[in-house]
Design a protein around this ligand. Sequence first.
Ligand SMILES: [Zn+2]
Length: 449
Amino acid sequence: MQADRSPGARGKGTAVQIRNARLRGREGLVDIAVGDGRITSIRPAAVAPADGGQSDRTTASADFDAAGRLVSPQFVENHIHLDYAKTAGVPRDNASGTLFEAIDIWRDRKAQGLQHHDRIKDNARAAALSAASHGVGYVRTHVDVTDPDLTAFYALRELKEEIAAWCSLQIVAFPQNGIYAFDGGDALVDRALSEGADVVGGIPHLEPSWSDGERSVAFLFDLAEKHEALVDIHCDEIDDPQSRFVDVMAAEARARGLHGRVTVSHAVAMAYYAPGYLARLLPKLVEADLGFAIAPNENLQLQGRGFGPPTPRGVAPVRDLVEWGLPVAFCQDSMEDPWYPMGAGDPVRNLDAGLHVAHLLTTDHLDAALDFITVSPARNLGLEDYGIREGAHADLLVLDAQTDREVVREHPDVLLSLHRGVEVFRQEPRTRTWSTQVGNTTVEERTES
Ligand SMILES: [Zn+2]
């Protein structure tokens, strides 16, 4: 019989024990036992259980010796467009590198009939697999629904079921070309939500006028209430200090009592707000309990063009958001599409860029850096029972590093990934053998050391 090599195949139905794991903020190493998809116990590694280790112990082959390495919750990708993945250059390259040329290319791609169900699904699956190889277990994907056939939405809805064993997808009904700027866009968002989308998306700064943008936010919040859906809007992704839809989102969230259920994606214009306006705005964002999804690599590519020196960075003022206690997730956004020609779905790359552009390379933020790609996006996605504690879902990574700071510095491999207790993959630590001509000696060096 052929071995099943699909992600999540190995370890299916078995329990796993991760031995000698290091947890942030906890002295000593621990053994983490997993059963029925959840963490069943976390015990000091050196202490054998009274029953001689029989109760939680599983087969030796399912065990994993972390050897003092860091165990983290699986990474959460808060904002990506899987239906756009691997479309860069077709029908043409983005010559200006701007966001608005990318949107034009996308509109042309759809008009030329280049979007096909199977192709979208294959590319999206490959993108999800790439993200999973970097430790991602949860993905919120925006799916373009400004298409009367909802081709991409149906492809992603199928994919969500297919990959559920190793990656949990949350689908945003996202009107890429607007709900009023695109004929019938409002009804298409509604329809996608009726047919299984989890989250309401929007793009108010792209609507025909400012008042249309404001009206679109109110309509999308109406849909959120109608469908009991979460909200995640592409908001103010434009180099324009006059774009202030984040204020409108906060007001709607407050007025409707949707605290903690609304994510603001990008919020680029906040980088251009005058200090007086920003000072008035930030407490309102806190009061509305908004979450933020920031794509530092992507917005460094797309924004700040055409200004001349000094060139603005075009990334939301993350440090202000963080200092006000708002949850900020660092995200990928794109993988090889008209918006961004790079992207492997590696959350640590986005974390690294985000910490740099936001001036967050300080001890307190470096020591808890993984929060930007774990607990903050998990909060924005509304994930329950997420984290490393007994009873939580066993969504766990063993990283080839010992601390959050080392993860940011070294970009280590993921050596083990568990999703809901199911093993997604494991791999050996990389080794390097130095030439005898280097330092006149041969050194076996593990990447962790
Ligand atoms: Zn996006």
